[in-house]
Design a protein around this ligand. Structure first.
Ligand code: PLP
Length: 405
């Protein structure tokens, strides 16, 4: 693969960052955007714009068709069985909130249990906490060990006859741990417990087949997938679509409205209230085509190679401690440097044009467990190369000189 050629498709890299070449290592936060996406959104607004699913004029019909084409592409991309299993949300966070609210309303009673892990992003904890406050649900945390792994046994021992849902991340946004989803879902199936996967850090990097995976719900954020902000996808297995009540009420999600009652259409309309992010959803089709043109297998392999190179390099750096050492790891390396606060690391690296994230990465439970308030995190995308890692490493050395000499 010609990474230089792929990188040239992202206009942001034409610009300098503080006079230096931009080394973007914050894709777990949000990926950069290829020109095909930017152009598609601009073109849609310039030449094709209309709201979708409402008016009869030809602009509206064409816009609706383009919008629905994106749904079809996503269906194929994740190998869902039915197009109505693809529900547009504003991000992964909203997808989890949708399930916590609707599934919670219908199926969760006082003292019912939800299992999550200590690795979860706040997006996969706070919505369940709301349910704890509202309905008296109990949240149980499967333990993560010193390698950053969550074993199947740590989940197994939490399951009781009150367990109503298991909600786990696909890939940790701190340690990069890839969770043993097949084992977790197999275990859950034997007990008839539905499983929700937070796929924020999985969908941009790993080949997905939701039918094979056999999860009940899978959420993703398109802005982490070379796509626009403001768009997320919730995959929900067909069997849930009629069972779950609507999430938000308003225009676009009704069947018949009378003074004494309201009926609702089928999914996805039932779950997509109000005007959605029309241009962005139309544009996201280009991001999927972009990923598919490169090939997800190639993306995974390339990122694995750069991650391994990064780990090897940083492990040789005595002042650096890598957070977690999981056997199966995505394209994320979190670290600390002795004597330097992660925010200072990020600020110094930024002077060299190196963009990383520092903080608790919305994972306070995990940071509390590790006994550190914050970490620095380098996360990769398809545009990163070994040269980026070399620049990161040099910049870390500079950091050391500034603080530790
Ligand atoms: N889950 C994980 C694992 C994440 O890494 C993130 C974002 O970083 C989220 C959920 C939330 O994503 P969003 O803010 O796009 O909803």
């Amino acid at each position: 693969m010609d990474i230089k050629e792929i990188k040239s498709k992202f206009p942001i890299f034409i610009n300098k960052a503080k006079g230096k070449k931009l080394v973007y290592l914050d894709s777990a936060n949000s990926s950069q955007k290829p020109k095909v996406l930017i152009d598609r959104i601009s073109n849609f607004y310039s030449k094709e714009f209309s709201n979708v699913g409402r008016s009869m004029h030809s602009l509206a019909v064409t816009a609706t068709n383009r919008f629905e084409e994106t749904r079809d592409l996503i269906k194929k991309f994740i190998n869902a069985k039915f197009r109505e299993e693809i529900i547009f949300t504003k991000n992964a966070t909203e997808g989890i909130n949708l399930i916590a609210t609707t599934y919670g309303e219908k199926f969760i009673k006082d003292q019912d249990e939800i299992i999550i892990t200590e690795l979860e992003h706040h997006a996969n904890y706070v919505p369940w906490h709301f349910l704890r406050k509202r309905k008296g649900a109990v949240i149980k945390f499967a333990e993560c060990d010193k390698h950053g792994e969550v074993s199947i046994d740590s989940i197994k021992k939490l399951i009781t006859n009150k367990t109503k849902l298991i909600a786990v991340t696909h890939v940790s946004n701190v340690t990069g741990t890839i969770l043993p989803l097949n084992k977790i879902i197999d275990l859950a199936k034997t007990k008839k417990i539905p499983v929700l996967i937070d796929g924020c850090q999985g969908a941009p990097h790993l080949k997905l087949d939701v039918q094979k995976l056999d999860c009940d719900f899978y959420v993703m954020s398109c802005h982490k997938m070379y796509g626009p902000t403001g768009v997320g996808v919730l995959y929900a297995k067909k069997k849930w679509l009629d069972e779950l009540p609507p999430y938000q009420g308003g225009g676009g999600m009704i069947d018949e409205v009378k003074k004494d009652d309201i009926s609702y259409p089928e999914s996805p309309t039932k779950f997509e209230a109000g005007t959605l992010q029309t241009a962005e959803i139309v544009g996201f089709a280009e991001s999927i085509r972009f990923i598919e043109n490169i090939g997800m297998k190639n993306i995974t392999e390339h990122e694995k190679e750069i991650t391994e190179y990064g780990l090897e390099k940083l492990k040789k750096n005595n002042s650096v401690s890598i957070i977690g050492d999981p056997k199966e790891r995505g394209a994320i390396i979190s670290f600390t440097i002795k004597g330097i606060h992660p925010h200072d690391i990020a600020t110094i690296l930024d002077d060299d044009g190196v963009a990383i994230r520092a903080g608790h990465h919305c994972c306070q439970i995990l940071h509390d467990k590790m006994g550190i308030p914050a970490t620095a995190r380098a996360s990769l995308g398809i545009y990163n190369s070994k040269e980026d890692i070399d620049i990161l490493n040099e910049s870390i050395n500079k950091c050391n000189k500034v603080f530790n000499n």
